[in-house]
Design a protein around this ligand. Structure first.
Ligand SMILES: [Zn+2]
Length: 459
């Protein structure tokens, strides 16, 4: 069915315009004043609302076997939560570990999403070892439209790669024109510090941050950058959390390394005191890299507004209270992760745009346009233009609400952002021309989401 959205205030990177948008067959076909539509067209009045391109979360975990358990969401629950929060596309980390076969893992991750997701999706393919068959397998995966890799410098002997494997992965990625995303923490230092702290009887969640201090992340970021410089590959640091790591990344950019930076919503809004709360309350705020000392939050906001930090993702990774308690005797056994898929856009709008820390256009860029460009989805996604998919967020800036696990849609019994106010939320969300969400309720078609096949980018 055709869709006409009237009288909205359209915000894209580089343009702002009051106009109507007409979509048919999943695609935007006309943008202009006083558009007419054939009988039977669904009409939405967007007076007083902002219209954004559908938001893209470049870093989520939906299906994830990790730390002796599984993340709580399925693609059914995760995609509905995403859509209610204005995210119309997410890129999931496909994460087989070192003991798994990469190609079998890729097929398994795809099977978990197919026919289940209500929003569109893609994958970053994790490379967690580099063996004789790895290049052939990765070529097959790239040919299937998954044109970004993920490596972990941390999580030794599970997800983590050695320096040799990092070199091999980056060399192949350079040949294939594939961008490599990286979790940058020094695995050896983390392992040593964890053992030292535990041996001193320091077992609570408040010791998680000291076991992976800022210097450990800065080292990982700098080393990744040096390997990019040497191999001429293009890289993307995921969830950069602190000033020393930012300095390492910016220094590399300044000397011409092809490096992009993502930070995730918890690191803009929460500091390490959350993980220092006693017992399970602290455990709920354990993620890696950890929540940091408070002064880092302002550093990240300023770098984001200047475009030095390219994108904002979530690292959405829900483990419930019972799962977090797996780490009651040792912080090293707390499943790492904080959910955020539903709240990212509203929190970024409220605490960024409304609080004067983030320009409106940069908000759209960081949460939609730049992820689309970096990961081969643009201009199909990430903008509002003729020929683009009709993924639209009609945003109500007058809405007022409070985030709570009691009302959220993520399959988890707590929210890391419990009690935070939001000033704005999506009023209508469409996926390829179909209304999926209205006023905080999913009213659309389950399983509508498609895997997005992407071209290699050749930066
Ligand atoms: Zn992650």
């Amino acid at each position: 069915m055709a869709l006409l959205i009237k009288n909205g205030d359209i915000v894209t990177v580089g343009a702002r315009e009051k106009a109507d948008i007409y979509a048919e067959d999943e695609t935007i076909t006309r943008i202009g004043k006083n558009l007419e539509a054939p009988a039977g067209t669904e009409i939405v009045d967007a007076s007083g609302k902002l219209i954004f391109p559908g938001f893209i979360d470049p870093h989520v975990h939906i299906y994830l076997p990790f730390m002796a358990t599984f993340a709580k969401d399925t693609h059914e629950t995760g995609s509905i939560a995403a859509l209610i929060g204005g995210t119309t596309t997410y890129i999931e980390m496909c994460c087989p570990n070192r003991n798994d076969d990469a190609l079998e893992g890729y097929k398994l991750w795809k099977s978990k999403a197919e026919g289940k997701s209500a929003c569109d999706y893609a994958f970053h393919m994790s490379v967690t070892k580099f063996e004789r068959e790895t290049p052939g397998q990765l070529r097959e995966i790239v040919a299937d439209g998954t044109t970004s890799f993920k490596i972990f410098l941390s999580y030794k002997n599970f997800f983590g790669v050695t320096d040799e494997e990092m070199y091999q992965t980056l060399t192949l990625a350079r040949q294939l024109g594939v961008i490599v995303t990286a979790h940058c923490e020094n695995a050896e230092l983390v392992a040593q510090l964890q053992a030292k702290l535990l041996s001193e009887g320091k077992t609570g969640p408040e010791w998680h941050e000291p076991s992976r201090p800022e210097s450990v992340e800065a080292e990982g970021t700098g080393r990744f950058a040096t390997f990019l410089e040497t191999t001429k590959a293009t890289g993307y640091v995921v969830h950069l959390s602190c000033e020393p790591a930012l300095r390492a990344a910016l220094a590399a950019k300044e000397r011409g390394v092809n490096l992009f930076i993502e930070s995730v919503i918890p690191h803009f809004l929460l500091d390490k005191s959350c993980a220092e709360r006693p017992g399970v309350e602290g455990m709920k705020h354990v993620m890696s890299p950890p929540l940091r000392a408070e002064h880092n939050l302002g550093v990240l906001w300023r770098a984001l507004n200047r475009g030095l930090i390219d994108t904002v993702g979530t690292d959405h990774c829900p483990f419930d209270t019972e799962q977090k308690l797996l780490g009651k005797d040792a912080f090293t056994a707390i499943p790492n992760g904080i959910p955020g898929i539903e709240d990212r856009v509203n929190l970024l709008y409220t605490h960024g745009v409304k609080r004067g820390r983030l320009d409106l256009e940069r908000f759209v860029d960081a949460a939609s346009t730049r992820p689309a460009k970096l990961f081969g989805l643009y201009p199909r996604k990430g903008t509002i233009a003729i020929g683009s998919d009709a993924d639209l967020v009609i945003y109500d800036p007058d809405y007022r609400g409070v985030i709570s696990a009691k009302t959220h849609h993520v399959n988890n019994d707590y929210s890391g952002f419990e009690g935070m106010t939001i000033e704005g939320r999506p009023s209508v969300v469409t996926v390829r021309g179909k209304i999926q969400v209205k006023d905080g309720k999913f009213i659309g078609e389950r399983g509508r989401g498609r895997m997005l096949k992407r071209e290699a980018a050749y930066f």
